[in-house]
Design a protein around this ligand. Sequence first.
Ligand code: FES
Length: 328
Amino acid sequence: MRRTGWVLMPLRVFLGATFVFAALQKLANPSFFDASSPGSVQAQMHAVAPTSPIGPLVDLSLHAGWLVGLVIALGELAVGVGTLIGLRARLAAAGGMLLALSFFLTVSWTTAPYYYGADIVFFFAWTPFVAVGAGGVLSLDALLAGRHRSPRGTGGPGGRLERRALVGAAVGAACLAGLTAVLGRAFGGAAHAPRTTARGPTGGRPPRTAHHPATEPAGRSAGRAPHGMHPVTDVGSVGIGQGVRFSDPATGTPAWLIRAGSSRYDAFSAVCTHAGCTVGYDASSKRFVCPCHGGTYSARDGHVLGGPPPAPLARIKVALSGGKVYAR
Ligand code: FES
């Protein structure tokens, strides 16, 4: 058993450290709990609900989105700490599996092929720890079990020690989480995503494969609707630098129309090229932000600025005519 524990040690450290890091990252980021931010847990839930097999459940819990975010962050912290110190290691692994499964059914559900998403890998990576826990290596569980078996151990001292260890670990984790949250809010100004100008319903269909031609600089051409194009909004109804959501006429999927200048409009698919979540628009930084895994794109030309997206957002052709903005 101990040999198995040593063999699994690299994976155990990786999983434990990753879950602790993921938890602290959420707790330290004020935007994560701010419903008006494109990077918030609420935006994430809103984006994945239409495509997730547990969408109705996600919809139902949307009214308490911040609570869902808090439960996820504290759950990750408990799983990570428990795994690293080997306390209730099998239970922690089961919690890790449950969290990974919930992420797989929501944010990673539209990832294709399925093995591109990390969450399904995390789900299966936890399985050996559900079976053997920490394997008796560098483990508080093993220490406590040894106390129980000692000649003096009638159960009382061991039970007290376990209770103390549990309370100590819980208090330590809570202090760490609280400190991180306070520091994140105090110094996390840069991480705070400004308000989005997103409007309208969300939808997270998979990205289309065909790229539309590059948009042409919007020039005013009097007359009727350009052939094959669909009206999006009135010219001037969107402020310069602002954006408005619409449905891509070619696919029916969400899209963004951005007014880049007094007579220049650009349009892009709002479907993230990583796993199909719907991106939000951050007007102050002129970026598109994906709520699922933090991918960012330039609103100037849709190219990837950061995160896991493998390709730019698809452009949508736009034109101005008769006081309206059209797209196709
Ligand atoms: S879906 Fe993963 S970054 Fe957008």
